[in-house]
Design a protein around this ligand. Structure first.
Ligand code: RAT
Ligand code: ZN
Length: 435
């Protein structure tokens, strides 16, 4: 293969980056079998359904809820009043104040516009009624195919919180609910590590013989619970989100969360050969009136991650952190431990300036041995903008890095670019899973 020149190199990278399929390793999306609160053309609708899609869901995304309360403060529209409004009224309110009365330049606002445009609608028309009409004509199942095709997604990884009654009951009622090959399941069990009092009580209710004290018998039952659910949902990994204050102090750490992690969760996952994902740094509900939008970020402890990677060489850890301040230390930790896979620019970091800074730094420290991004999409069509925006930045960083290398006389051919892009967008994750 002939080496590619600088302009061709940029064009080649951009093309491959925008056409290579992505395996999205963390979303909050679901197949149609989980029901949807958005009305189908058939008229069917599940008010508690978990599969979110459509323009009203896009506009009421919690990132935009937080933004609208900055411009229409609660003294003008009390929180309770907003939450009492119908989804469509909330969407109208957000459209009016964030898109019409102001210029929609925040990343979450811009995302809605990119999404509309890629779906073939014209954001320039600013015609919410016509967008609604278009969405009303789509049926979810085939719309999923279309969105995945536009966004270039090969597989969507769900988040399946087993302590959520709505979700758990759906799995119990229908064993095949997760069988859609476009989606992969992930067992999420935050309360096990964050709130043992609550989690223990629930496990007892569900027929596991656990006591509040973490006796050997209790640990064995927690292991059984994890095994049962991993197998029921066919989880490809297990996951928790942890607060900035999360600490793992090694074998002497007897706090309930650490004991369960060390004695129940990690040995079970090692036995099952599944990675453990830790998303660290979300301080929950600092403003509960905002609902899902009420969480914030705090600085976390990378040393605890290092201790876990060191003490559990048989386990694999997928880790992302929410604070910008933790990113460098986490990337350095990944240089020390092959069982640590750094992934994504999570939530408040998923903004172009930060994605660029973080991706650049990670490439400089880790080459291509990390997973640059996940979407965290909660509403199906967000896959489109989250991936389009991120792919453009990852491409930009790669072009710069390739140019630096080519300046030495080392030439990079198209096959090698293809290999790197494929690795960044799906291969690194796939290989880590299969290890
Ligand atoms: O990004 C988000 O939408 C957050 O609300 C959380 O869901 C976070 O990503 C998580 O998985 O806990
Ligand atoms: Zn998430």
């Amino acid at each position: 293969q002939p080496p590619v020149g600088t302009d061709r190199l940029a064009a080649e990278v951009q093309l491959l980056m925008s056409t290579t399929p992505v395996w999205d390793l963390h979303t909050h999306l679901y197949p149609a079998t989980f029901g949807s609160p958005t009305c189908e053309p058939t008229g069917s609708r599940d008010p508690n359904g978990l599969a979110l899609w459509g323009i009203d869901e896009l506009l009421t995304y919690h990132y935009l809820v937080a933004e609208v309360f900055r411009v229409v403060p609660p003294c003008e529209l009390p929180y309770e009043q907003f939450w009492k409004m119908s989804k469509q009224e909330q969407a109208d309110h957000i459209w009016q104040h964030l898109f019409l009365d102001r210029t929609p330049i925040s990343e979450a606002c811009r995302g809605v516009l990119t999404t509309l445009e890629r779906l073939g609608l014209d954001p320039g028309e600013r015609d919410l009624a016509s967008y609604r009409k278009w969405f009303q004509q789509q049926s979810l199942d085939s719309h999923i195919d279309r969105v995945m095709q536009i966004a270039g997604i090969s597989r969507i990884t769900m988040t399946n919180p087993v302590f959520d009654d709505n979700e758990r009951n759906r799995w119990l009622a229908d064993e095949s609910i997760g069988d859609d090959p476009r989606f992969a399941a992930v067992l999420r069990f935050d309360p096990l590590l964050r709130d043992w009092d609550m989690a223990g009580a629930k496990l007892r209710e569900w027929g596991y013989e656990v006591s509040q004290e973490l006796s050997a018998a209790t640990i064995a039952e927690v292991r059984r619970f994890i095994r049962d659910w991993v197998s029921r949902i066919k989880a490809i990994y297990c996951a928790v989100s942890l607060p900035p204050g999360f600490r793992y102090g090694g074998s002497d750490d007897l706090t309930p969360g650490s004991t369960i992690f060390r004695d129940a969760v990690l040995p079970t996952l090692a036995e099952l050969g599944l990675p453990m994902a830790m998303m660290i740094g979300s301080e929950l509900q600092v403003n509960p009136s905002l609902g899902d939008a009420g969480d914030t970020v705090g600085k976390s402890d990378v040393q605890s991650v290092i201790r876990l990677c060191h003490d559990f060489p048989e386990n694999r850890f997928l880790v992302t952190m929410l604070a910008r301040e933790n990113q460098h230390e986490l990337a350095v930790a990944a240089r020390k431990f092959g069982n640590l896979m750094v992934f994504g620019c999570w939530w408040f970091l998923n903004n172009p300036s930060l994605v660029e800074e973080i991706t650049r730094m990670r490439v400089e420290l880790l080459g291509t041995s990390f997973v640059p991004q996940h979407s965290d999409a909660r509403v199906l069509e967000q896959l489109i903008y989250k991936w389009e925006h991120s792919r453009a930045i990852i491409a930009k960083v790669l072009v710069d890095k390739y140019n630096d290398v080519e300046a030495t006389g080392w030439k990079i051919n198209e096959e090698e670019i293809r290999r790197d892009v494929q690795h960044l967008l799906s291969g690194a994750f796939e290989k880590f899973l299969a290890r």
